[in-house]
Design a protein around this ligand. Structure first.
Ligand code: ZN
Length: 163
């Protein structure tokens, strides 16, 4: 088990040291969304370019700063959703939040089956490296910040496309 934790730590450090998709996109056509985690001081600025014609995340860039967990999670999120259909990106958001809430729900004695439905059929890949974060509840908001910002970005992009 220690070996797996070492691997997870390596993946997180790799994303923290060499974050993927750093930069900015022109607004518009891209949407700019930002989020803040006051508990830790993490800041995520997301530039999201959704192709409304094909319904895919055409491009994504990340700015902002914060702790290693928040920055690694943001980097992993950007790599995971770039080029994917919006539906898949939303499924990833649900799956990642389920991953982060499993520990809490265990403590509360809730049924795990509620969460496995969200995780089913979704390939989390490197994102599984962040599951160790649930052992430190105060850090969960660091890990989920990027995903909340992504959700907001997708919602706003969809609203913009309808207008
Ligand atoms: Zn943080």
């Amino acid at each position: 088990m220690a070996g797996l934790e070492d691997l997870y730590r390596e993946i997180i450090l790799d994303h923290y040291r060499a974050p993927r998709n750093r930069g900015e996109l022109e607004v518009p056509p891209a949407h700019r969304v930002e989020g803040f985690n006051p508990l830790c001081g993490d800041e995520v600025v997301l530039y999201l370019d959704v192709d409304s014609g094909t319904g895919t995340v055409r491009d994504i860039k990340i700015a902002g700063q914060g702790c290693s967990i928040s920055q690694a999670s943001t980097s992993m999120m950007s790599a995971a959703v770039k080029g994917t259909p919006v539906d898949e990106a939303r499924a990833l958001i649900r799956a990642f939040k389920a991953l982060m809430s499993i520990h809490e729900s265990k403590l509360e004695g809730a049924e795990e089956t509620d969460l496995s439905a969200d995780l089913e059929g979704v390939r989390l890949g490197d994102l599984e490296a962040l599951q160790g974060v649930v052992k430190f509840p105060v850090r969960i908001k660091c890990a989920t910040l990027a995903w909340n910002v992504l959700q907001q970005g997708l919602d706003e992009s969809a609203a913009g496309a309808d207008a």
